[in-house]
Design a protein around this ligand. Structure first.
Ligand code: AMP
Length: 304
């Protein structure tokens, strides 16, 4: 069951109350593809970087089973750069810099070998590019999951709504769900967003867990695991998405029950991410670690 991931592959500079990084490897598609590679292989990546992107980081993706044939390298251009600063509560952040660079003109070319993908993960990226990827696939995947952020609601709302009509699942955070729907209640927000296209909506609430909404107002909730160390929430949403689509692709079923399990897997993967800076938290784990983390989630809500 192949997964096709598109999204940013980037340099990030992050500041949290616990420290600051120079430019490190980041980007939505980086986190998503690394994490989903723990569930299925290969994970096929369509993205773009500049000539400044280290070969060693591309090799890191490959070592995890990520196929990078679809990763374009624009030798004379610069990679996408994002910088963010987290507030003391670590739940909210300010974007300090967004330099689109190679992403500004990104034309997503899908290698022929990627055409028969069953599961498409549209990571955070210009909605027009996300839509182009759907249009360039010869057959519609079984499931299309989309992530987005307030940046695109502010700068490309019309295109975002057009893309939303084409997808099955939208993953966003609570603040973004409120902005997109104009509703404060998350129940109403999810209903409104579902009326825009996606059959399922996942609303992430940072350290307060995540909600899955489906047909007939069905709701499933997963808390976040209380952690001793939260160093850097960057990429948590993408790791959630990687675990979510990874589990669905592994099971090969898109029912509400499987999606609910996938929300638990996504939450477990996000919990690894926030414990370290950048991608560090998700590159050195193994299947046993994942299994133990998922059990910790189950134990958290089980009556003994
Ligand atoms: P998350 O913390 O899950 O929202 O994802 C953070 C990642 O999103 C970072 O690694 C950034 O490189 C990437 N990112 C931030 N802004 C954008 C944007 N406008 N388009 C695409 N990716 C972005």
């Amino acid at each position: 069951m192949s997964i096709l991931v598109i999204g940013s592959v980037a340099f990030d500079a992050i500041e949290t109350p616990f420290g600051k990084t120079d430019k490190i490897i980041g980007g939505a598609a980086t986190y998503i593809s690394l994490v989903s590679s723990y569930f299925v292989k290969p994970v096929n990546l369509v993205a773009v970087v500049g000539g400044d992107f280290p070969k060693s980081d591309i090799e890191l993706l490959q070592q995890h089973g990520v196929d990078t044939k679809g990763l374009q390298i624009k030798e004379n251009e610069k990679s996408f750069f994002w910088s963010g600063k987290y507030h003391n509560d670590m739940n909210s952040r300010d974007t300090l810099v967004t330099e689109l660079n190679v992403l500004g003109e990104f034309d997503p070319i899908i290698p022929d070998e990627y055409q028969d993908c069953d599961y498409l993960m549209l990571g955070n990226l210009a909605p027009q590019v996300q839509k182009t990827v759907i249009e360039r696939l010869n057959k519609r995947p079984k499931l299309i999951v989309m992530d987005t952020m307030n940046f695109w609601m502010d700068t490309a709302l019309g295109e975002l709504k057009e893309t939303l009509e084409l997808v099955d699942v939208l993953c966003i955070n609570d603040e973004e769900a409120r902005q997109l729907s104009g509703e404060y209640s998350l129940l109403k927000a999810a209903r409104e967003i579902r009326s825009m296209g996606p059959n399922f909506v996942i609303i992430k609430k940072g350290e307060h867990g995540a909600l899955l909404f489906g047909e007939e107002d069905r709701v499933f909730f997963v808390p976040a695991l209380p952690l001793e160390e939260v160093f850097d929430p960057t990429g948590a949403g993408d790791c959630f998405a990687g675990g979510f689509i990874g589990h669905i692709a592994k099971v090969g079923d898109t029912s509400f029950a499987t999606m609910a399990e996938a929300v638990v897997k996504g939450s477990a993967m996000a919990s690894f991410c926030v414990e370290k800076f950048g991608t560090e938290g998700v590159i050195h784990i193994n299947q046993e670690d994942i299994q133990r983390r998922v059990e910790a989630f189950t134990n958290l809500v089980r009556l003994q």
